[in-house]
Design a protein. Structure first.
Length: 232
């Protein structure tokens, strides 16, 4: 069967209990908080070093970008040879955030179902800003469009738990690459690696995603890296 979408890898940083945030508020975020916690901050650099080896195309959300502070950045970072696919409907990104991202990455591909998204007014200003608009978000169609329009062979997914859950339920994940942080966070409302709608009965067990362990790496400072292949 001919492939018509990129190979996808879910790449995330999570606590031992599967949390991808430090709390249930947008003011709390692992990127901002882990670097301040003794016993965690010492090994955090390993995640960012691994992140540098991920795919040319990286998929995330406007909400995550806002949480890490791109809307408030005053100084540009050094430009990186990466293409960002950012799903942003609300929108969560403001004009400063879009400006910052366009100066940071090789290309910004903004995906939205919001026909009034402010990015439309900015498209002529930035030659590296593309917009993919959909009436409703169809992740499979989006990946097919990215594959056909941009020739994207591989995409790294680093989105939030709810969107990760949509990728899982739609069978759109091929590999999983997880860095486990030596910390317990807790909290039933804190985002986990995969959130979203739960299955209700045994007839839905086919919606779950079995994995095959490909690699286990014991990192420094009690960090662990796990790599899996999704069993089709």
């Amino acid at each position: 069967m001919k492939r018509n979408r990129p190979i996808t890898t879910l790449f995330m940083l999570e606590s031992l209990d599967g949390k991808i945030s430090t709390g249930d508020s947008d003011n709390l975020d692992v990127d901002k908080d882990f670097c301040r916690i003794d016993g965690v901050k010492e090994g955090l650099h390993q995640y960012y070093e691994i992140e540098q080896t991920t795919d040319f195309y990286s998929l995330n959300t406007g909400r995550v970008m806002a949480k890490i502070g791109v809307n408030d950045k005053k100084e540009y970072r050094e430009k990186v040879d990466v293409r960002f696919i950012i799903i942003d409907n609300k929108p969560h990104l403001n004009e400063n955030g879009i400006d910052y991202l366009c100066h940071w990455v090789e290309k910004l591909i903004l995906v939205t179902t919001n026909k009034n998204h402010l990015a439309f007014k900015l498209q002529e200003k930035y030659d590296n800003l593309d917009i993919l608009y959909y009436d409703s978000l169809d992740l499979e169609k989006m990946l097919e469009d990215i594959y056909s329009k941009y020739k994207a062979e591989r995409v790294t997914i680093q989105s939030g738990g709810t969107l990760n859950g949509m990728f899982v339920r739609n069978k759109l994940i091929d590999y999983v690459n997880i860095v486990i942080v030596p910390i317990l966070i807790g909290g039933k409302d804190v985002a986990t690696l995969v959130d979203g709608e739960a299955i209700k009965d045994e007839n839905e067990l086919n919606k779950l995603m079995p994995l095959e362990l490909l690699e286990f790496n014991k990192l420094d400072n009690s960090y662990i890296q796990l790599k899996y292949k999704v069993l089709k």
